[in-house]
Write a protein that binds this ligand. Structure first.
Ligand code: GLY
Length: 384
C-alpha cells in the first residue's frame, strides 16, 4: 500500500500548467483542423479524422486550456470542432456504440456551458437521443458495442459510467425525464453486476438476450476475466462520483468508496498503476498513466461534493507523481500531455490486440489537464 501521508505535495503546479499549455499549442499546430487519434505512435499524434470514440477528449483538452488561459485561440478552435461534432451526429458517421458521453460531453456540452453554443447543445441532445436508443429492456442496460439488439453483443461495460452523465445533463437541459430514467436504470444494473465482493470490477458483463438474466463477467482490455483492469476501475471511481453528483444516492457514494479503496490499495509502491492490477513493480509490464489521471479527477469531484479536504490532498499528491513521472515537459519529445498510457494490451488470457502500448492517449491527456484545472480551481464545473 502506498504511503499517501508521507508523499510530497504538488508544488510544481505553475510549471505543470505552463508545460500543458505548450503541449496543447504544439498539438494544435501539428494537427491543424484535425483531431488526435486515440493513441500516439512513438509519442506523436498524427492528424486524424473525427471518427473514433476519443475525439471529444481532444476538444475537451482545448476547452480546459481556454478556461486555464482565457486565450481566444482555444475558444475558436473548440468552436470549429463543434461544427464537426454536429455534422458527425447528424450524418450518424461513426456513431455505432455507446460512447456518446466521451464524444459529446467534453466537446459540445462544454461549448454550451462555456460559450453558450446552441449548436453544441443541439448536437449533445442528439447524441443523448442516440445513446438511449441503445437501452436494452431485457437486462436494463445500455448496450456498449455492436449493432443495436445484436444477440452476440448483449452486454454492458464499466466505461459507460462516463457516458451516462450526458443523459443526466440532457434531462436537466430539456426537462425530459426519459434520459435520466435510462441513466438510472443503467447505473443500477451496472453496479449490481460489475462490482465484485472484493471491490474490484469486471470490465464487461453479459445478459441473456431473451430473458435479461445476468450471465457472467468477462474482460476485453484487462488481463483476465477475473482480474481488475486498472482503467476500468478508474472509470468506476469517476463514474460513481459523477452519478453521486446527479443523484445524491447512497449507492453511488458506496461504489465510489469501494472502487477507490481497491484502486489506492493496489497501486504499486512506484504509484503509477500497471495496465492491470495483476501486475506490480518488477513485472516489466507497461503502466497506464491514464487510469491514475481518471481516478484523480474522480477524487477531486468527490472532494468538492462532500467537502472532503483529505481527498483533495491525496489527489494533489498523486497528481504530483503523475506530473513528475509522466507529463511531457519538452515538445520535441511528444505532442501529447501524458506519456506511458496503455490503450489495449494483448495477453494470453484476454481477447485484446496491442494498441497504444506505452504511448500517450487522448483521454489520458484530457483527464490530466482536467485534473490540473480541478486542482487550480476547487469547485470547478465539469463538462460531464
Ligand atoms: N472506453 C474505452 C477505454 O477505456 O479504452
Amino acid at each position: 500500500m502506498i504511503d499517501l501521508k508521507n508523499m510530497e505535495p504538488f508544488v510544481e503546479l505553475p510549471e505543470a500548467l505552463s508545460h500543458a499549455e505548450t503541449q496543447t499549442l504544439k498539438a494544435m499546430e501539428d494537427l491543424g483542423g484535425k483531431f488526435k487519434p486515440s493513441a500516439s505512435t512513438g509519442n506523436f499524434y498524427p492528424p486524424s479524422e473525427n471518427d473514433e470514440w476519443t475525439n471529444g477528449m481532444w476538444t475537451g483538452e482545448i476547452n480546459v486550456m481556454y478556461e486555464l488561459t482565457g486565450k481566444d485561440i482555444f475558444r475558436k478552435k473548440a468552436l470549429e470542432h463543434v461544427d464537426s461534432f454536429y455534422d458527425r451526429i447528424v450524418s450518424m458517421s461513426s456513431i455505432n456504440n455507446h460512447d456518446m458521453g466521451f464524444l459529446y460531453s467534453p466537446s459540445c456540452v462544454a461549448a454550451y456551458l462555456l460559450y453558450g453554443s446552441d449548436k453544441g447543445r443541439d448536437a449533445a441532445i442528439m447524441a443523448a437521443d442516440y445513446l438511449i436508443s441503445r437501452f436494452q429492456e431485457k437486462g436494463q442496460f445500455i448496450q456498449a458495442w455492436g449493432p443495436i439488439g445484436s444477440r452476440d453483443h448483449h452486454r454492458l461495460i464499466i466505461d459507460c459510467l462516463m457516458n451516462i452523465p450526458l443523459l443526466f445533463w440532457a434531462t436537466r437541459t430539456t426537462g425530459d425525464e426519459k434520459y435520466e430514467k435510462v441513466a438510472l436504470a443503467h447505473f443500477n444494473t451496472s453496479i449490481e453486476y460489475v462490482l465484485r465482493p472484493d471491490d474490484s470490477t469486471y470490465h464487461t458483463y453479459y445478459f441473456d438476450p431473451d430473458t435479461g438474466k445476468p450471465l457472467y463477467g468477462v474482460t476485453h482490455q484487462g488481463n483476465r476475466n477475473d482480474s481488475a483492469w486498472s482503467r476500468g476501475q478508474a472509470w468506476g471511481i469517476y463514474g460513481s462520483a459523477l452519478a453521486y453528483r446527479y443523484t445524491g444516492s447512497e449507492k453511488a457514494l458506496d461504489v465510489f468508496d469501494r472502487t477507490l479503496r481497491f484502486f489506492l490499495g493496489h497501486l504499486p509502491q512506484s504509484v503509477i498503476p500497471y495496465w492491470d492490477f495483476d501486475f506490480d513493480d518488477g513485472s516489466g509490464e507497461p503502466r497506464d498513466s491514464s487510469a491514475l489521471a481518471v481516478a484523480i479527477c474522480g477524487m477531486l469531484e468527490m472532494s468538492d461534493l462532500l467537502n472532503r479536504p483529505d481527498l483533495r490532498s491525496d489527489a494533489d499528491k498523486l497528481l504530483g507523481v503523475l506530473y513528475r513521472t509522466c507529463a511531457v515537459k519538452d515538445p520535441s519529445l511528444s505532442n501529447g500531455q501524458l506519456l506511458h498510457g496503455v490503450y489495449c494490451k494483448k495477453s494470453p488470457t484476454n481477447d485484446a490486440r496491442n494498441r497504444g502500448v506505452d504511448e500517450c492517449n487522448t483521454w489520458g491527456d484530457y483527464f490530466y489537464v482536467e485534473a490540473l484545472k480541478r486542482i487550480s480551481t476547487p469547485g470547478w464545473k465539469a463538462y460531464w
